[in-house]
Design a protein around this ligand. Structure first.
Ligand SMILES: Cc1cc2nc3c(=O)[nH]c(=O)nc-3n(C[C@H](O)[C@H](O)[C@H](O)COP(=O)(O)O)c2cc1C
Length: 374
């Protein structure tokens, strides 16, 4: 790990408040990213890669408010701890960004066990946002984060708008905190347990309140557990989010041996892994057509082909989650493979790969039933 800090200047924060042109074709002014030392063939392709000169492929991603990711491969919240735990096995500074474990105002012990179980092509988890609380997170980790090049985004969770705002206030201006990812898939206690993420009004309210509380770049994470993502995505963008991330886990249950009860201590868990990728592709496809802020894809990324699929439906970057449990070195390898793929195609930037599968005119949403006719 290197002792360098990512600089976000006041002027760049103002200049890049919104995405410069369109999330489908980011213009990008960041420095070229050097990745080309080791070039491997990407999965599923036989032809040898073209040599890529170090620094020849620009992988940088602008997310607004001066936040420029060195490359579009991030690690997803809850699957990479606070980054520090992986310092021995991964060169974290080669990542595009780290979304740390969900952080709340007060410490949380999490849900009763069992909390995880494997499923076909994925896993169910019900960790229950176990974390030491925002003050302890800042005290334990921010100083180290401030020495890293990789931007660290703190994933923030809460049970009321006031919770979210207070956590954001405490993170504001802390060296080492590059931005906030709002996890709004939490029950809103004030609204009788209704999730912020499934209601456009509630999602906008919490986004706007956090926007007023901090100048940090603000990413808001979409839940797939809704009928129509488009009005929710638009409401969040209109409320001042700098970018969307999608998707969080899909709600599910597993059954205990003997079939006398559900398996997880919390009954419900969140499904993740390759099983959710088609759902994530659909949500990103619809969100990217609904907003002009950047969309970052999450859900079942296992190999370069998954990254390319998500870019094709309009994502400017991807997060790797569940796959990290099997191979923590995967995200850094994907950075190399993406650069090699660009070299193979004769590209000096990955941006032409974004949005190639989007329709010329906005397509009918899946909520109209157009995608599935039995
Ligand atoms: C064990 C585990 C813990 C997670 N914790 C969080 C969390 O604290 N906050 C959050 O926004 N998402 C959390 N997630 C969701 C992931 O960040 C990601 O959105 C989801 O797993 C889909 O990506 P994947 O299929 O690549 O894992 C968690 C996922 C897993 C598997």
């Amino acid at each position: 790990m290197k002792a360098k800090r990512r600089a976000v200047t006041a002027s760049s924060r103002v200049a890049e408040q919104k995405y410069p042109t369109s999330p489908k074709r980011p213009s990008g002014t960041g420095r070229g990213n050097s990745t080309g030392a080791t070039i491997r063939p990407s999965s599923g392709r036989a032809d040898p890669p073209m040599p890529v000169r170090a620094g020849a492929v620009d992988l940088s991603v602008q997310l607004g408010r001066g936040l420029v990711l060195p490359n579009p491969i991030l690690v997803a919240s809850g699957t990479f701890g606070y980054g520090i735990e992986y310092g021995e096995v991964v060169d974290v500074d080669r990542l595009g960004g780290i979304c740390c474990k969900g952080t709340t105002l007060k410490a949380r012990v999490g849900n009763p066990t069992p909390r995880v179980t494997e499923t076909p092509a994925g896993m169910l988890n019900s960790i229950g946002l176990q974390n030491p609380g925002v003050d302890a997170v800042i005290a334990r980790y921010a100083e180290t984060w401030a020495t890293w090049i990789v931007p660290v985004l703190v994933n923030v969770a809460g049970e009321s708008v006031r919770d979210y705002v207070e956590v954001a206030r405490r993170l504001d201006g802390v060296p080492g905190v590059a931005g906030i990812e709002l996890n709004i898939s939490c029950p809103n206690v004030g609204a009788g347990g209704l999730q912020f993420a499934i209601d456009a009004g509630a999602a906008a309210e919490v986004t706007a309140a956090v926007r007023r509380a901090t100048d940090l770049p603000l990413l808001v994470k979409l839940s797939p557990n809704v009928a129509d993502i488009r009005p929710i995505a638009r409401a969040i963008a209109d409320a001042g989010a700098d970018a969307l991330t999608a998707i969080n886990t899909l709600s599910g249950i597993a059954i205990a041996p003997g079939r006398g009860r559900p398996l997880l201590g919390n009954i419900y868990g969140g499904l993740s892994g390759p099983a959710v990728k088609p759902v994530a592709l659909r949500v990103v496809y619809e969100a990217a057509q609904s907003v002009t802020i950047p969309v970052i894809a999450i859900g079942g990324v296992m190999e370069l082909a998954d990254v390319l699929d998500f870019l094709a439906v309009g994502a400017v970057a991807v997060q790797v989650g569940t796959a990290i449990f099997a191979d923590p070195t995967l995200p850094v390898r994907l950075v190399d493979e993406l650069a090699a793929e660009c070299g193979r195609r004769g590209l000096t930037s990955y941006r032409p790969l974004i949005g190639t599968a989007l329709p010329k005119k906005p397509a009918q949403p899946s909520s109209k039933g157009v995608e599935y006719r039995p």
